[in-house]
Design a protein around this ligand. Structure first.
Ligand SMILES: [Zn+2]
Ligand SMILES: [Zn+2]
Length: 344
């Protein structure tokens, strides 16, 4: 167990393609928080952006930062005021660090906190290390028998659950999911769990399409040459590509939920015109709001999502650089997990 005074191991990004596994001070435990011995961290697109370019959108790496935000592990220490029953529990860590003092936080929409930070978003250190400290309510217990590399996928699954919630998917909905990366594939499962009757998943990348076959959609379509299909109640846009924004995809009164980070190219102006004429609701989805992790854990508990199929690679913490390089260059991988040692 790592605790104050003993150094622990962490994968620190110093500059693009310069990851060093080194000794760091463990974060001190605080009242109301728990220490998690990190077992696994899933690599995500944002980690790859920082690794490749030293930046993710407007956020730039300026000081050496520990990467990673999709993590799971066991609680090894609890701060004052925390339920002792949590000791030893396997949890997925919610990486958001809202300020809890501003009006946005007070309104409950803590994922939109203007002062909010997030694990692995420089300069806030991430989870590819021996231990992390999170507020107890952000440590979400998962069944003890779940593989930690799969439990780490509760974080992107929470993104998918939040998108389904924001899109208002209900029993009988028809849903178009554009983008068959990990988030798009998990969005299929979240839409199904929310009651969707028909789900079509699209992409333009043959390797993504091949791995999407097991995602649980009623149909997987290659739209590299064709238009998007039409007539859906809801669209979960998980690709960020402007080509995935086609007004005809939705029925009048439909809902478009933007999950993928839009690429820096303009979408078609017809979309806004159609949004006005046909009352298409366009809703942004930023990470996850209240209840999304609970919904994601519920899906895992009920066996409503196959996370095992998504973990396609595992690397020890000492090889984090290789893990990032592999995730960046080998598009056959869906999700690579970095495994921290149990004892640093
Ligand atoms: Zn992520
Ligand atoms: Zn706040």
């Amino acid at each position: 167990m790592s605790r104050g005074g003993t150094l622990e191991r962490a994968a620190v990004l110093h500059a693009p393609e310069d990851v060093r596994v080194q000794e760091v001070e463990p974060e001190p435990l605080r009242p109301g928080a728990v220490r998690i011995a990190v077992a696994a961290t899933g690599l995500c697109g944002s980690d790859l952006h920082y690794y490749a370019d030293g930046r993710n959108g407007p956020n730039v790496l300026r000081t050496p930062t520990v990467l990673g935000h999709e993590s799971a592990g066991s609680i090894t220490e609890i701060g004052d005021g925390v339920d002792p029953d949590l000791l030893g529990r396997l949890v997925a860590a919610e990486p958001a660090r809202p300020c809890r003092r501003c009006e946005t936080c007070a309104s409950g929409r803590y994922n939109l906190c203007p002062a909010g930070r997030c694990f692995g978003s420089p300069p806030t250190h991430g989870t590819i290390r021996s231990s992390v400290v999170v507020d107890a309510e952000l440590a979400h217990a998962v069944p003890q028998n779940v593989d930690p590399a799969e439990a780490a996928l509760v974080e992107p699954l929470a993104v998918a659950c939040w998108a389904a919630r924001r899109a208002g998917i209900v029993s009988g909905s028809s849903v178009l999911v554009t983008g068959a990366g990990p988030i798009g594939q998990l969005a299929v499962a979240a839409a199904r769990a929310a009651g969707a009757a028909r789900i079509v998943l699209t992409d333009v990348d043959p390797r993504r399409l091949a791995s999407a076959a097991g995602a649980g959609a009623d149909e997987v379509l290659d739209t590299s040459a064709d238009q998007l299909p039409t007539g859906f109640d809801h669209q979960l846009e998980c690709s960020g590509a402007p080509e995935a924004l086609a007004p005809a995809a939705l029925v009048p009164g439909g809902v478009l939920a933007l999950v993928g980070v839009p690429a820096g190219r303009a979408p078609s102006p017809e979309l806004l015109a159609a949004a006005q004429r046909w009352e298409i609701d366009v809703r942004g989805c930023f990470r996850y709001g209240p209840g999304a992790f609970r919904a994601a854990v519920g899906m895992v508990r009920a066996g409503r999502v196959d996370l095992a199929r998504m973990v396609t690679g595992r690397f020890p913490l000492e090889q984090t650089g290789l893990a990032l390089h592999t995730a960046l260059t080998d598009r056959d991988h869906l999700k690579i997990a970095v495994l921290s040692e149990e004892d640093a």
